[in-house]
Design a protein around this ligand. Structure first.
Ligand code: CO
Ligand code: CO
Ligand code: CO
Length: 328
C-alpha cells in the first residue's frame, strides 16, 4: 500500500460540514485549520516515523523539526506539542528513550513551543513524532491551492535526505555528508516562513515524504496548474547525486512515482540521476513557495538573509496540461 491507496481510503472520511473548518485533508494540505474567530484560527498537524539517523538525540530533534514544519508551511505559529512514542521496551535501553525525548524537547524549546504531554505504547518498532497545535490568521493561510500560471517556484532547502539516510543506514555515508544531512534536517522552517510572511505568496507546502515531485504534484493539482522544474537549479545536499548515481534509491522512489501517476515529462536530456532525485522522499525538507514573478527576487533575497542560505528559484507554474510536472 502506498500514499495513493491511502488517499483513496481516506476518501471515506466525511467532509467537514462545520463552516469553521477552513482547511481539511481534502486539499492534500500540510495541516488542518479551524477558525476560532475573524482573526484567529487553530492549525493542527501530527507526524511520526521510524528512526532515520543512528544518533537517538538527533533522531528526536529531527522528528520535532519535521512535525513543526507543517505549521510553518501554512504560515502559522506553533504553540504547543504532544509527544507520540512507540517503543520496543524489551529491546532498547531507557537511555535511548531519554535521548530521543531530549532531542525533541530541545527543538521545541528552540521553536518556543510548549510540550504539554504525550502518549507512549509498546511496539515492535521504534517510532517517534509529535502532534503540534498552532495559531494562524485565517485571512492569510498558505495552502497548496493558490498557485497561478506565471508564478515562480522557490525552494528553501536542498534535496536528498532519503538517499543519504539510506547510505547512512548501510554505513557508507562520509562524515561530512552525514553532518550536512543532519544539519539540514535540524534546520527549522520557521525563519524562512517568517521571512516570507512579508511577501505576496500564492501557495506553499513543505517538501517531505512524497519528495519534491509528490509535493509539487499536490500543489499543482490543488491549484489547477502544472509545474515546470529546472533540474539544474534545484539545490542538492552534498553526496546526494553520488549515491543516487549508484542506484541507491529508497522504496519511496517507486511509491512517489506511482503517487504522481506517472504524470511527469522530461524535456531535453537532463541527467537521469537529477530526475531520480525529484522522487527522493524527504524528511524535514524545505518550503516550496509559488510567488508572483515580481516578488520572486526580493523573496529569495529575504529567505537567504533569514538563514535559508540554500534557497533557490527552481522553476515556474504553467497552465494545466497532461503532464502535471515537467522536468527539464
Ligand atoms: Co507537509
Ligand atoms: Co506532515
Ligand atoms: Co500549506
Amino acid at each position: 500500500m502506498g500514499p495513493a491507496d491511502l488517499r483513496k481510503a481516506l476518501e471515506v472520511l466525511p467532509r467537514a460540514s462545520d463552516p469553521n473548518v477552513l482547511v481539511d485533508a481534502s486539499t492534500l494540505d500540510d495541516a488542518g485549520v479551524y477558525r476560532l474567530g475573524p482573526e484567529l484560527a487553530l492549525v493542527q498537524t501530527v507526524d511520526f516515523f521510524t528512526p532515520i539517523l543512528d544518533d537517538p538525540e538527533d533522531y528526536g530533534a529531527v522528528a520535532a523539526a519535521n512535525a513543526l514544519s507543517d505549521v510553518y508551511a501554512m504560515g502559522g505559529r506553533p504553540l504547543t506539542a504532544l509527544n507520540i512514542l512507540c517503543f520496543p521496551d524489551s529491546k532498547l535501553s531507557p537511555k535511548i528513550l531519554e535521548a530521543i525525548l531530549r532531542g525533541g524537547s530541545r527543538v521545541l524549546a528552540e521553536a518556543g513551543v510548549a510540550l504539554l504531554g504525550g502518549h507512549s505504547v509498546s511496539d515492535r518498532e521504534l517510532k517517534y513524532g509529535l502532534a503540534v497545535t498552532g495559531v494562524i490568521d485565517p485571512r492569510r493561510i498558505w495552502t497548496n491551492a493558490g498557485a497561478k500560471p506565471g508564478d515562480e517556484l522557490l525552494l528553501t532547502k536542498p534535496i536528498g535526505t532519503g538517499v543519504l539516510a539510506t547510505a547512512l543506514k548501510k554505513g557508507k555515508l562520509a562524515e561530512g555528508h552525514r553532518a550536512a544531512l543532519t544539519a539540514s534536517m535540524l534546520q527549522l522552517n520557521r525563519e524562512a516562513a517568517q521571512a516570507a510572511l512579508g511577501y505576496e505568496v500564492h501557495a506553499c507546502t513543505d517538501v517531505t515524504g512524497c519528495g519534491l515531485a509528490g509535493h509539487g504534484y499536490e500543489l499543482a493539482q490543488a491549484s489547477g496548474a502544472a509545474l515546470e522544474i529546472e533540474l539544474s537549479a534545484v539545490p542538492l545536499l552534498p553526496g546526494a547525486l553520488h549515491w543516487i548515481e549508484r542506484g541507491l534509491k529508497t522504496r519511496g522512489d517507486t511509491v512517489n512515482r506511482d503517487y504522481v501517476q506517472q504524470r511527469y515529462r522530461v524535456e531535453g536530456r537532463p541527467p537521469k540521476p537529477l530526475v531520480d532525485l525529484m522522487f527522493d522522499p524527504q524528511t524535514s525538507g524545505g518550503l516550496l513557495f509559488a510567488a508572483p514573478p515580481a516578488v520572486a527576487a526580493p523573496l529569495l533575497a529575504a529567505l537567504r538573509a533569514a538563514g535559508a542560505i540554500h534557497s533557490a528559484r527552481i522553476g515556474r507554474v504553467v497552465p494545466p496540461a497532461e503532464s502535471v510536472l515537467i522536468f527539464r
